[in-house]
Design a protein around this ligand. Structure first.
Ligand SMILES: Cc1cc2nc3c(=O)[nH]c(=O)nc-3n(C[C@H](O)[C@H](O)[C@H](O)COP(=O)(O)OP(=O)(O)OC[C@H]3O[C@@H](n4cnc5c(N)ncnc54)[C@H](O)[C@@H]3O)c2cc1C
Length: 734
C-alpha cells in the first residue's frame, strides 16, 4: 500500500474553452452542482485556445464552492511574476479556490525554468519577509513587493509525465498531475517512486504532494483499477477530461462518473485502508511545519477551521501577525467564518490555556492585544455581514468583523448612520464591546447605547444571545467590558436617521496650549449637542475636527463660529457630506504594526486651569506625539452610569495621549491624570491592574468580577485588561 492520507477528490478537465466558452462555463457550473471538487482549464495557448487563467476567473464568478485550476500553464512562455499576480488575484476573487498548475515548458522540457518559476511565485505570495529579490536564469525579481496579500497561498501543481517532472514535483510542488493514457498504470508506480525519492532528498514529507491522474472520458478504467491507484499508488485526485464531444454527451459523462464510479472508488479505498487514514485537512509543507511554535497542537486544529488557520510558516502570516499598532508573532491565527466555527475556535483555545489568547475583529486595538507572541489569535474578520432586520425600526444586524467604514456605507442609502468612531478602518467587534466615542457622540450617544442584542460565544464554547430580556447581566457587561466575557459574533443596533452632516477641519496657531485648551473647554460648554468636536493639540498648533449633525449650512456655520474664534485660524475647510464620506476618508492598509504602542487615557468633566496647565507641560515636554481631546457629554450623559459597564457618563472630555517611551510619557502624564478621573480602556495601553480600577468604578468592577466568575471562571479571556473572576462570591450575578 502506498497512501499519503489525502481524501479522494474528483475533478473535471474542461478542454476547448476558446471555441465555446459558454459551454466550458456551463460545464464548470454543472460540475459544481454535481459535487465535483475541482474544475481544471488546461492552457491551450499554442493551439490558439483560450487563456486558462481568464477562463478560471470567469468561472470563479459563476461558482462558489468548486476549486478552480488554471492548468498546464507554460511557465517558460509567461513571466512568472505575472503568473503570481494573476494567481493571487484569482485566489482573492474566488475566495481561496484557485490552484495554479504549471506545465513542463512548451517546445523542450525546460525544468530549470519551471523550478525558477515556482520559486518566484512562492516568493511573491509570501508576505513574511517584505520585498524580495531573486536572480534566476529565466526569471528574476528585483526588490519586488509580494502580493496581493492572500488569505492562503495558491497551491502550486506541476503537470507532466517524465521522471524529471515527477522528481521536480517532489522537490517543489504541492501536487503532481499526469495523464493516465500517457503513462499507464505500470509507469505511474515508477514515476510516483521517483517523486517520493526527490521529495525525501529535498527534506520534504512525501505527504506534502498530492497525486492526480487525468482520465480520458472515452477510456475510463474500471472501478477496481481506479481503487488500486488510490490504495496502492497514493493517487488522491481523479480528473475526467471532457470537451471535444457535444454538450449533451459531456453532461452524460460527468453525471455517470460522479454517480457510478467516484463513490465506489471512495468506498473501496476507505474499505481497503486503515480507518481514518484519508483526510481532507490541508497538508503543510515541511518548511512551514518547521516554523511551528511550541505548545500548540497544530495537527488537532478542528477540521472546520483547518482551512482558515494561518501558521508562522504560511505565506499569509505576514498579513495576519501584527495589528495596526503592535508587532506580533502569534503561533496560530484561526479565522472562523461562522458562529459555529467561532465556538470551535474557542474550544480549541480552551485546550491551550497555557498560551496567550487574542481576540481580533478589525485589528485596531490601541493596546495591541489582538496579537501576541507564540499564542493563539481568533480573528473574526471574515464575519462581516451587515443586514437590515427591521426597516421601520431601523434595526440592523452587524457582524463583529465588519469595519465602521463598511457599516457607514451600508447605512447611507437608507439615510441612516450609527455613531461609531473617527476612523473607518476600526473593527466593529473591538469598539462595540468597549464604548464607541465618535463624531456623533454628543448628539446620538455612544455606539453601545444603540445596542439591542449581541450574539456571543462564551468561554465554555456555548453560543448565547444577550439583550435586555435574555442574559441581561451579560448584555450589561458587553456594553463596556465585552472582551472579558466572550467572542462577540454579531450585534443588533438601532441606528439613527442622519441626513448629510457638516464636517469641519480647522487649524489654529496655538502658542499657548493651556490658554487654547481652556478656551476650547468654554466653547464646548455652550455648544449644542449637534456638534461633536475632536481636538489635536501640538506644540504651537491646534487642529480641530468637528461634525455637526445638520445639513443646514446656517446651522453648521453658527455652531462652528465660536470655535473658529478661539485662536488665529491658519486653515479651514467645512463641507456638507454624508457621514459615510467621513468614515471613508482614509484607506485602510494591511497591518504592519511594530513594537509596543504607548497610549494613555483619561476623562474629565471640565478643562480646569490645572488640567490645562498639566496638559501644556506634557505637550511642551515632547514626551507625547499625540494629544487628542474628544468631546463626550450630551447624549452620552443621558444614560445612567449603572446602565452599562461603561460608567463614565458624567465626563465631558476624553483624552488620549500617545508617546514613544512609556516611562517618559508617564512622568509627564501623571500630573494630567491627577486632574482627571477614570479612563477609557480603548485608548489605554498600560496593563497595570490600577488601570482596571480607573476604568470601572468599584461597584461596576465588583459586578463585572462576579459575572466573570460565572461565565469565565478559569479566565480564558484575559489578554486585554483582565477583569479577574470574583471566585469568592458568585451568588449575586444573575
Ligand atoms: C486609528 C484608530 C482610531 C480609533 N478611533 C476610535 C474612536 O473614534 N472611538 C473609539 O471609541 N475608539 C477608537 N479607537 C479605539 C478602538 O475602538 C479600539 O481600539 C477597538 O478595540 C478596536 O477594535 P478592533 O476590532 O479594530 O480591534 P482589535 O485589535 O481587533 O481588537 C481590540 C480588542 O478588542 C477585543 N475584541 C475584538 N474583537 C472582539 C470580539 N469580536 N469579541 C470580543 N472582544 C473583541 C479584544 O480584547 C481585542 O484585543 C481607535 C483606534 C485606532 C487605532
Amino acid at each position: 500500500m502506498t497512501n499519503y492520507g489525502h481524501a479522494v477528490q474528483v475533478g473535471v478537465e474542461v478542454v476547448g474553452g476558446a471555441d465555446s466558452p459558454g459551454v466550458a462555463g456551463a460545464l464548470a457550473v454543472l460540475a459544481e452542482e454535481l459535487g465535483y471538487d475541482a474544475v481544471i482549464f488546461p492552457d491551450r495557448l499554442e493551439t490558439g485556445g483560450a487563456d486558462a487563467l481568464t477562463l478560471a476567473a470567469w468561472t470563479a464568478a459563476r461558482t462558489t464552492l468548486v476549486q478552480i485550476v488554471a492548468g498546464r500553464l507554460d511557465a517558460t512562455a509567461r513571466p512568472a511574476s505575472v503568473l503570481a499576480r494573476s494567481a493571487g488575484s484569482l485566489q482573492l476573487l474566488s475566495g481561496g479556490r484557485g490552484v495554479l498548475m504549471l506545465g513542463s515548458g512548451s517546445a523542450t522540457e525546460d525544468l530549470d525554468g519551471v523550478a525558477e518559476a515556482f520559486a518566484v511565485i512562492r516568493a511573491l505570495q509570501d508576505t513574511k519577509p517584505g520585498r524580495v529579490s531573486l536572480a534566476g536564469t529565466r526569471h528574476q525579481l528585483a526588490d519586488a513587493e509580494p502580493g496581493p496579500a492572500l488569505g492562503h497561498e495558491v497551491p502550486l501543481w506541476l503537470h507532466g509525465s517524465s521522471t524529471a517532472v515527477a522528481a521536480l514535483a517532489g522537490r517543489v510542488a504541492d501536487g503532481w498531475s499526469v495523464d493516465l493514457e500517457e503513462v499507464g498504470v505500470g509507469e505511474l508506480a515508477a514515476l510516483n517512486a521517483a517523486l517520493d525519492r526527490a521529495a525525501v532528498d529535498a527534506g520534504r514529507d512525501v505527504r506534502e504532494v498530492r497525486r492526480s491522474v487525468t482520465l480520458d472520458s472515452t477510456d475510463v478504467p474500471d472501478v477496481s483499477t481506479l481503487t488500486s491507484l488510490v490504495v496502492d499508488m497514493g493517487v488522491s485526485s481523479m480528473v475526467v477530461r471532457v470537451g471535444s464531444q457535444p454538450k449533451d454527451a459531456n453532461e452524460g459523462t460527468l453525471r455517470a462518473f460522479i454517480r457510478d464510479i467516484a463513490p465506489r472508488v471512495r468506498e473501496g479505498a476507505e474499505h481497503a485502508l486503515p480507518p481514518g487514514s484519508l483526510s481532507s485537512r490541508p497538508a503543510r509543507r515541511t518548511d512551514v511545519r518547521s516554523r511551528r511554535r511550541p505548545g500548540i497542537a497544530y495537527d488537532n486544529v478542528p477540521a472546520d477551521l483547518a482551512g482558515t488557520a494561518v501558521e508562522p510558516g504560511d505565506a499569509a502570516f505576514g498579513s495576519v501577525r501584527s495589528t495596526y499598532l503592535r508587532g506580533g508573532n502569534p503561533g496560530l491565527v484561526l479565522r472562523p467564518r461562522t458562529a459555529a466555527e467561532v465556538a470551535s475556535a474557542v474550544r480549541f483555545a480552551r485546550e491551550h490555556r497555557h498560551l496567550p489568547l487574542g481576540i481580533r475583529s478589525g485589528g485596531h486595538g490601541v493596546s495591541g492585544r489582538s496579537t501576541n507572541d507564540g499564542g493563539l489569535v481568533i480573528d473574526v474578520g471574515a464575519l462581516d455581514a451587515i443586514t437590515v432586520l427591521d426597516e421601520p425600526a431601523r434595526l440592523v444586524r452587524i457582524e463583529a468583523g465588519a469595519r465602521w467604514r463598511d457599516v457607514a456605507r451600508a447605512l447611507q442609502p437608507h439615510g441612516w448612520a450609527l455613531s461609531s468612531g473617527d476612523y473607518g478602518g476600526v473593527g466593529v467587534g473591538g469598539l462595540a464591546t468597549a464604548g464607541g466615542i465618535g463624531f456623533l457622540a454628543r448628539k446620538h450617544g455612544l455606539t453601545i447605547d444603540h445596542l439591542r442584542a449581541v450574539e456571543m460565544v462564551l468561554a465554555d464554547g456555548t453560543a448565547v444571545r444577550a439583550s435586555a430580556t435574555e442574559n441581561a447581566e451579560l448584555f450589561w457587561a458587553v456594553r463596556g467590558a465585552g472582551a472579558n466575557f466572550g467572542v462577540a459574533v454579531a450585534f443588533e443596533f438601532v441606528v439613527d436617521e442622519v441626513d448629510e452632516i457638516g464636517w469641519a477641519q480647522l487649524a489654529f496657531q496655538a502658542p499657548d496650549p493651556a490658554a487654547y485648551l481652556e478656551a476650547f473647554g468654554h466653547v464646548v460648554a455652550d455648544t449644542p449637542r449637534d456638534t461633536t468636536p475632536f481636538l489635536i493639540l501640538g506644540q504651537g498648533v491646534a487642529q480641530l475636527m468637528a461634525m455637526v449633525d445638520s445639513s443646514d449650512p446656517d446651522v453648521i456655520v453658527q455652531q462652528l463660529q465660536p470655535f473658529a474664534e478661539i485662536a488665529p485660524l491658519v486653515q479651514q475647510q467645512v463641507v456638507v457630506a454624508p457621514y459615510a464620506a467621513v468614515m471613508n476618508m482614509f484607506p485602510d492598509t494591511p497591518h504592519h504594526g511594530r513594537g509596543e504602542p504607548v497610549s494613555r487615557s483619561a476623562f474629565t468633566r471640565e478643562i480646569t486651569p490645572g488640567f490645562a496647565s498639566a496638559s501644556a507641560e506634557l505637550i511642551r515636554s515632547g514626551a507625547s506625539h499625540w494629544y487628542q481631546i474628544r468631546t463626550v457629554g450630551g447624549a452620552v450623559s443621558d444614560v445612567a452610569p449603572e446602565a452599562t459597564a461603561y460608567a463614565h457618563r458624567d465626563a465631558t472630555f476624553a483624552l488620549t495621549v500617545m508617546g514613544g517611551n512609556a516611562q517618559r510619557l508617564d512622568r509627564w502624564f501623571e500630573p494630567v491624570r491627577r486632574q482627571s478621573s477614570g479612563l477609557y480602556l480603548s485608548f489605554e495601553s498600560d496593563r497595570h491592574p490600577d488601570r482596571i480600577s480607573d476604568a470601572f468604578p468599584a461597584a461596576t468592577l465588583d459586578r463585572l468580577r462576579r459575572l466573570k466568575a460565572r461565565l469565565d471562571p478559569h479566565n480564558l479571556f484575559q489578554d486585554n485588561f483582565n477583569i479577574t473572576p470574583a471566585h469568592d462570591d458568585t451568588r449575586n450575578a444573575s
